[in-house]
Design a protein around this ligand. Structure first.
Ligand SMILES: Nc1ncnc2c1ncn2[C@@H]1O[C@H](COP(=O)(O)OP(=O)(O)OP(=O)(O)O)[C@@H](O)[C@H]1O
Ligand SMILES: [Mg+2]
Length: 421
């Protein structure tokens, strides 16, 4: 379309030049002053050319003329004044009016363009009357149709040019939007990669806390006990010593195994395909044997079909809770209950130890990288990631009850897919 508009503009320039030359020839032929006619026609052409050149710098704003806005109007009025002088010199110059009407549509708004066209028309009729002494109906209708046609044509041209500008702007904004979308997409991918790395780090630190750290603290306690038994010398019981060493060996072996699994991001060793209930049983038996604390396991409902992520989370919750019972509770008994509901699973770990104030503990907050306070918050975060939660009920002197709750919906299953993928 731009090409067609440019062609139209060039045609308009050519028309103006041809009309100017033809009018000059006819004026000279009808006896007009040669010098005045030639000078005025050259001035007219020069003025026109200057405007056409300026319009190239604003091609879309005005297709011919001196450019957009007021400058264009001034240029058109100047051109009209030179033309009026030419008409005064010789009425043959009225033919240039057609080009003026064409320009009017470009530089003036419709009402002003009509007023301008009417004024030029009046001048044309006046010149005709002066030359012939009369104006016929045909002599009026001809110029009126010419004026109407020229103004309408130029308005149409302006409308087309505007449409072209709008279309170009639209295309530019679409291209910009697409570039922006691509940038955003790249940023999102980078953020996802980063969060994947973070999630993996968090998983590793939790696994290390819940398994390796607890295993080492068991080994430490058992070694101290063995050391104490050894110090008792002959009075010590060799069977106790042997049993303690056996426990140390088993715990160290389990830790080694667990370390390999943590590094390989495999399911915990205790979850060896026999299901969560069996894994809990094994953990509790070992815990009871090592700590001397009585343990009890209760399973409600059908344990089949738990996603691995849920099983891992509940197993880690139990391991963390038992480590706390051993380190802090001074309990004589701990009861672990696993309840399978329709769309969720619930795990309770209740001990009869000294208890604590959970609110005060929360206020202290987790001690990062330090000795304590990482266990409960990280267990809670692990469960929340799967759409569940952890609640702690305790008071000094009243034992402690931990309740983990996990929904068995799309969230848990999704976590599973991520872990496997
Ligand atoms: N069963 C419990 N009996 C008594 N106090 C408990 C029990 N469980 C937790 N606590 C108290 O809550 C605090 C926070 O426990 P949490 O597991 O978050 O951290 P931690 O055991 O001190 O350290 P970490 O688990 O990071 O090695 C403990 O320091 C302890 O005071
Ligand atoms: Mg702890």
């Amino acid at each position: 379309m731009e090409r067609a508009l440019r062609t139209l503009t060039v045609l308009q320039h050519v028309l103006f030049g041809v009309l100017a030359v033809v009018c000059l020839a006819r004026a000279l032929a009808t006896g007009a002053s040669v010098i005045a006619s030639v000078l005025l026609t050259l001035t007219l052409l020069g003025w026109y050319a200057a405007g056409a050149r300026a319009s190239r710098r604003h091609p879309a704003e005005s297709l011919t003329g001196a450019g957009p806005g007021r400058q264009g109007v001034v240029w058109l009025l100047g051109l009209t004044a030179i033309w009026a002088a030419l008409v005064a010199l010789s009425p043959e110059n009225i033919w240039l009016a057609f080009s003026l009407w064409l320009l009017a549509g470009h530089f003036l708004r419709p009402p002003a363009a009509l007023a301008y066209a009417a004024s030029v028309l009046a001048l044309v009729l006046l010149a005709t009357w002066r030359a012939t002494g009369s104006v016929t109906v045909a002599g009026i209708i001809g110029p009126v149709i010419g004026a109407a046609f020229a103004v309408a044509l130029s308005r149409g041209q302006v409308a087309l040019a505007r449409e072209g500008i709008e279309r170009a702007a639209l295309v530019a904004s679409l291209v910009a939007a697409q570039t922006e979308a691509e940038t955003l997409h790249a940023e999102l991918a980078a953020a996802q990669r980063e969060s994947g790395v973070l999630a993996e780090r968090t998983r590793l630190s939790r696994d290390i806390h819940d398994t390796l750290a607890q295993g080492f603290s068991s080994i430490l306690l058992l070694s101290r006990a063995a050391g104490a038994a050894g110090a008792a010398g002959a009075a010590g019981d060799p069977a106790t010593l042997t049993s303690l060493l056996g426990q140390i060996e088993r715990t160290a072996a389990a830790n080694l195994d667990e370390a390999r699994r943590v590094v390989g991001a495999l399911a915990p060793r205790d979850l060896d395909g026999s299901g969560l209930a069996a894994a809990l049983r094994r953990i509790l038996d070992a815990f009871g044997e090592e700590s001397g604390i009585r343990t009890d396991l209760r399973i409600d409902g059908d344990p089949a079909g738990l996603p691995t992520t849920a099983e891992v989370a509940l197993l880690r919750t139990t391991q963390g809770a038992l480590a706390n019972v051993r380190r802090h509770a001074q309990a004589t008994r701990v009861v672990v209950s696993l309840s399978h509901l329709d769309d969720s699973v619930r795990l309770d770990i209740v001990d009869d130890g000294i208890g604590f104030d959970p609110a005060a503990d929360r206020r202290r907050g987790p001690v990062s990288g330090g000795a304590g306070g990482y266990g409960l918050p990280s267990t809670r975060a692990r469960l929340r990631e799967l759409g569940g939660d952890l609640s702690v009920e305790s008071a000094p002197g009243e034992g402690t009850a931990l309740t983990a709750h996990l929904p068995l919906g799309p969230v848990a299953a999704e976590g599973d897919r991520e872990r496997v993928g």
